[in-house]
Design a protein around this ligand. Structure first.
Ligand SMILES: NC(=O)c1ccc[n+]([C@@H]2O[C@H](COP(=O)([O-])OP(=O)(O)OC[C@H]3O[C@@H](n4cnc5c(N)ncnc54)[C@H](OP(=O)(O)O)[C@@H]3O)[C@@H](O)[C@H]2O)c1
Length: 262
């Protein structure tokens, strides 16, 4: 990442610690939807928010699970975050999700622990409170935001403030002070920027090992068909199709499919 020609090259060489084998059942085109979004989700949930990984046992002393709010759950990153959080279902739940026109992508995942709210509602703050109160007594301390809008900063910070006045919110975009123009996030809230490049190289030294472990785990999940790719639409003519696809994306009225160029 971050190198000249990177994503637009015909062939690319990737690090061994961030690559994984594609099983027979999974076409290359479908597999293309996985690494960026799934690694981003893993970094957000398990590195930045510090949530328990799927292979960790919940502490014997704790009978309540950790509630999680995922804003923009129908995006590729959001949907992988829901899928990965569901793998930690002995520790994480309920998973309160926000989605819009593609809400069915989230509800189709199934599971008792998922509630999907419409982010276009004018009463998001109340909707989130109601959903939390209906499903847990534990305070909300963990938020993953893939939408990164000033409006969502308002209702996400309110949700954290109502829970504990602290906790953490992990964003997929560079923190823009405009998101928090009113200073809505309290001082007690930790704001973390998710950066997928963490798994390629990380100055703290843990990113490559984290990437290696998750790459191996993704291979296992895919081999066992416990992880599905994101919905996608094939665009013909390879990179020559990019311009038209970008126009379609700008005018798109529904759907959350990724465009895959071939
Ligand atoms: N920092 C990093 O390393 C990193 C890595 C990957 C992605 N990102 C960033 O993360 C964001 C998500 O990327 P992605 O590829 O996962 O997105 P994506 O798949 O293109 O997301 C599209 C979906 O976002 C949903 N959405 C749009 N506006 C929303 C809003 N205001 N509130 C909630 N959901 C909304 C829509 O859902 P509905 O169809 O349901 O309306 C839409 O289908 C982007 O900003 C991207 O640049 C950052």
């Amino acid at each position: 990442m971050g190198t000249a020609g990177g994503s637009y090259a015909e062939y690319a060489v990737a690090w061994e610690h961030t690559t994984f084998r594609i099983p027979e059942w999974l076409p290359f085109e479908a597999a293309a939807t996985i690494p960026l979004a799934a690694f981003t989700a893993a970094v957000g949930l398990f590195l930045e928010l510090g949530l328990p990984a799927p292979w960790e046992r919940p502490p014997a002393s704790s009978s309540t699970k950790i509630p999680l709010l995922i804003n923009g759950a129908s995006s590729a990153t959001g949907l992988f975050a829901v899928k990965l959080a569901q793998l930690s279902s002995s520790s994480i739940g309920p998973i309160i999700c926000t989605a819009g026109r593609s809400a069915s992508s989230v509800t189709d995942l199934g599971g008792d622990d998922i509630t999907v709210l419409d982010y276009r509602s004018s009463s998001m703050q109340e909707d989130i409170q109601r959903a939390l109160q209906a499903s847990t007594a534990a305070p909300l301390r963990h938020v993953l935001d893939t939408a990164n809008s000033p409006r969502s900063a308002g209702y996400l910070s309110a949700a954290l403030a109502a829970g504990s006045g602290g906790g953490a919110c992990a964003f997929t975009q560079k923190w823009d002070p405009a998101f928090d123009a009113a200073g809505v996030f309290g001082r007690g809230t930790r704001l973390a920027r998710i950066w997928v490049g963490t798994v390629h190289d990380d100055t703290t030294g843990v990113g490559k090992d984290f990437g290696f472990v998750w790459a191996a785990f993704f291979a296992r999940l895919l081999r066992q068909r416990r992880l599905e790719p994101h919905p996608y639409q094939l665009v013909p003519r390879g990179l020559h199709g990019v311009e038209g696809a970008l126009r379609t994306l700008m005018e798109r009225k529904e759907g959350n499919a990724k465009f895959v160029f071939r």
